[in-house]
Every structure is written in structure tokens, then in C-alpha cells.
Design a protein around this ligand. Structure first.
Ligand code: DX5
Ligand code: ZN
Length: 217
């Protein structure tokens, strides 16, 4: 039995009234609030940054799971901690000194997570997995909500589950992109602990019921 956590992504929220959507998430059984930060350099899109996260943190009653899709994330570890991040995820592909980056995140009192793009193999984490609180597996190419799920993700989760079992059993597996009830059930079965879901939740007629249903897949 794995953990069944759900982390709604506010990339698909209504930015014209973000407070209402955060209050909706507070009322739900969501475990984290997933915040996608994009810089238009590492990924081909720009989303939101530190001032928005600060305001989200003022309203949120759930921990903020901040996913940095930015070049040079080392420059922003302290600002994101001050803004209210509880979990900070950096991409493997943006960190030439990943060990230092991970320990900088932990030294700031946050949980450290590393993300792999769809083309990055799990074995890249062999020598850093012992230092991680969570691994985020991208099941779409990062940059946009509403994309189709890449099925190779299931194989990667099984490989990662074995790596975690042998070296760091407390490390969580999070999956992000194209998650709905069908892919979500398969992902929990494959060993995922935390599911990120954006458009599927925010486009639903009843987002709270949709979030809560993830907990029972
Ligand atoms: C994509 C982001 C995701 C995104 C997921 O780059 O990292 O968190 O919000 O959106 P959906 O669930 O719509 O695929
Ligand atoms: Zn994300």
C-alpha cells in the first residue's frame, strides 16, 4: 500500500480570482498545493513567480509544493522559502551541481525534490536518491497544462520504486502531467505516492469532489 496524496496544480486555476480557488482547495482533501513556476527559458512558457506564491501562502492551509521549471534555481532557493514553499522541486536538467542544490534546499528547512523530464532516465538519480525527500517524474514535457500522458512513465515509476526501496524507502514518488482518474489509478498501482493534477481538476464540474475521489482510486 502506497501513500495516496493529491496535489492540485494551480496552473489551471482562475488567475483573476486565485484566492477563491485556494479557498476551494482548503476545503478539499488535497494534500499539497502544487505551484508551477516557469521562466520562459528552461521551458517555453512563463507562469508566475515569487509575489504570487507569497499571496497563495497567505491563504493556503495546505503545504505548498513548488515546482521550479527555471534555469539557475540555486539563485532562488532562499526567496522561495521566504515566500512559503514547503517542498521545493528542481529539475535534474537545470542543476550541474545537484548535490549542492539539494542540500541548500534542505538547509533552508524545506523538503528537497528532484524532477526528471520524460527523456531523463531514472538511473541518473542513483547517487542522489539517498538525499531526497521526493522525486517528481514528469509524464508530459513541462511547460503547459492539458497535455497527453506519456505511457513510458509507468516503467519509470517501477524502476524508481526499486531504487527507492533499496536506498531510501522514505522518499516519495510524485507524478505530474496528464493525470486523470484512469492514469491516476494506474500510477498509484505502479507505485506513485503523490499525483499532481491541473486541468482535470479545475475543468471539472465539481473540483472538490474530483480531488476527493483521487484519494479513493
Ligand atoms: C506542466 C506542469 C504541471 C501542469 C499539469 O509543466 O508541471 O504541473 O500543471 O497540468 P495537467 O494536469 O493539466 O497535465
Ligand atoms: Zn508541475
Amino acid at each position: 500500500m502506497t501513500t495516496r496524496f493529491v496535489a492540485p496544480s494551480i496552473l489551471s486555476a482562475n488567475f483573476g480570482n486565485l484566492q477563491a480557488d485556494i479557498e476551494m482547495l482548503n476545503q478539499s482533501e488535497a494534500d499539497y498545493i502544487h505551484c508551477d513556476v516557469m521562466d520562459g527559458v528552461f521551458v517555453p512558457n512563463i507562469s508566475f513567480g515569487i509575489p504570487v506564491i507569497e499571496k497563495v501562502a497567505e491563504v493556503a492551509k495546505k503545504p505548498l509544493d513548488v515546482h521550479l521549471m527555471i534555469s539557475n534555481p540555486d539563485n532562488f532557493i532562499v526567496p522561495f522559502r521566504k515566500a512559503g514553499a514547503s517542498i521545493l522541486t528542481v529539475h535534474y536538467e537545470t542543476c550541474p551541481h545537484l548535490h549542492r542544490t539539494v542540500h541548500s534546499i534542505k538547509n533552508e528547512g524545506m523538503k528537497a525534490s528532484v524532477c526528471l523530464n520524460p527523456h531523463s532516465p531514472v538511473h541518473l538519480l542513483d547517487d542522489i536518491i539517498v538525499d531526497l525527500d521526493m522525486v517528481l517524474i514528469m509524464s508530459v514535457n513541462p511547460g503547459f497544462g492539458g497535455q497527453s500522458f506519456i505511457k513510458n512513465t509507468y516503467k519509470k515509476i517501477k524502476q524508481l520504486k526499486e531504487l527507492i526501496a533499496s536506498k531510501n524507502p522514505g522518499c516519495l514518488i510524485e507524478v505530474d502531467g496528464g493525470v486523470n482518474f484512469e492514469t491516476g489509478a494506474n500510477l498509484y498501482d505502479a507505485g506513485a505516492d503523490v499525483l499532481v493534477s491541473g486541468s482535470f481538476i479545475f475543468k471539472a464540474d465539481d473540483p472538490i469532489a474530483t480531488i476527493n475521489k483521487f484519494k479513493t482510486l
